[in-house]
Design a binder for this molecule. Structure first.
Ligand code: SF4
Length: 351
């Protein structure tokens, strides 16, 4: 019996799954999904802006509703600055949109480098971990299998590190500004995600409590005001608002944020490589360093090859007329009116 006990004592106990405690005051489900009630209940209405068309349409739509309820003073637009990996002037554009909407604008930025620097740092961490585990199992560390360092749909650390984390810090700051309310502050965190973008996004709720971001001091409700919108509805809202949109759409990009998104479609990343060849080359250098492809099954080296082939076939890309993307949805006449409004820099929320 004692030999058996000794035997069991040598087996390490299985690691207990980490249970994250959520403050008991945090509700399980939102009290309402009615837009006006969500807005009225919020101490801060935080609009997440990547500078892309969806967050821009979401922002102008929510500002329109908030203005009608006299709540514009509670609105803050936040842009997570991704540095040089996002399209040029994205931050300036988000700031200009906030100015035209007449709301407060905040920029947050993650410490510790951009996506490329983080991918390299992550690679060395994963490598050290894999080698240590191999050694512990009596295997040759040189044969250790290292997990991919690039972000992916199953390891989307880019969003949590570069966007969600820094935005949570801003939420902490905004809550502190409110002082003691005698109750947890209510933050309405608005996102431009839409069901039409992808199957995983289609599964997201239009309104939900963000329990990991909530605690005894603040209750954070995530609201996706345009979750059910189509592409055409997004462009219609852009035309209605008169807010400028990023010129990358006129060039033909279907999405914004990082110029090269690990989740982006091939057409987008190839087009981005034609427009930003120097940045694409930096991704190739990181691919070499970390030993894996930037996108699952598609390397940046291949993307550049395809971009060069298109340049050879069609010549270098020429700047498209301003309004090209909008015109594809709403026609030339509506686009002319929209461009004139953008030019004037005016915004008539009631239009
Ligand atoms: S745009 Fe793509 S690569 Fe960039 S942070 Fe978002 S998911 Fe990650």
């Amino acid at each position: 019996m004692s030999a058996q006990l000794t035997l069991f004592a040598d087996i390490p106990a299985p690691a207990k799954p980490r249970v994250r405690r959520v403050h008991p005051s945090v509700p399980e489900v939102p009290a309402t999904a009615v837009p006006a009630e969500l807005l009225r209940a919020a101490d801060w209405i935080l609009l997440n802006s990547s500078g892309g068309k969806d967050s821009q349409a979401m922002a102008s739509h929510v500002c329109d509703l908030a203005a009608k309820l006299g709540l514009l003073h509670r609105v803050v637009i936040v842009h997570a600055d991704l540095g040089d990996i996002e399209w040029e002037n994205t931050r300036k554009l988000a700031a200009d949109q906030a100015r035209r909407l007449g709301v407060r604008f905040e920029v947050v930025k993650a410490e510790g480098g951009d996506l490329l620097a983080r991918t390299v740092a992550r690679f060395f961490k994963l490598k050290a971990k894999a080698e240590k585990e191999a050694q512990e199992q009596g295997l040759d560390p040189a044969t250790a299998k290292i997990a991919p360092a690039w972000p992916s749909s199953s390891a989307r650390w880019c969003t949590s590190d570069l966007k969600r984390g820094p935005i949570r810090k801003l939420i902490t700051r905004l809550v502190a500004e409110l002082g003691d309310l005698g109750r947890p502050a209510r933050i309405l965190n608005c996102m431009g995600q839409r069901a039409a973008e992808s199957a995983p996004r289609a599964k997201l709720a239009a309104v939900e409590i963000d329990r990991p971001a909530s605690n005894g001091k603040r209750h954070v409700t995530t609201w996706r005001p345009i979750h059910g919108w189509t592409d055409a509805e997004v462009w219609k809202e852009i035309a209605r608002s008169g807010l400028p949109y990023h010129e990358a759409y006129d060039w033909g990009m279907s999405r914004l944020s990082c110029s090269f998104c690990v989740l982006g479609c091939e057409a987008d990343v190839v087009l981005a490589a034609r427009l930003r060849p120097k940045k694409a080359a930096q991704y190739v250098a990181v691919e070499k360093k970390v030993g894996t492809d930037f996108k699952h099954g598609l390397s940046m080296a291949q993307i550049i090859e395809r971009a060069r082939a298109l340049d050879a076939e069609h010549g270098e890309l020429r700047r498209p007329p301003r309004g090209t993307a909008l015109s594809g949805y709403l026609g030339k006449k509506a686009t002319r009116c929209y461009l004139a409004r953008v030019e004037r820099g005016r915004l008539d929320l009631a239009a």
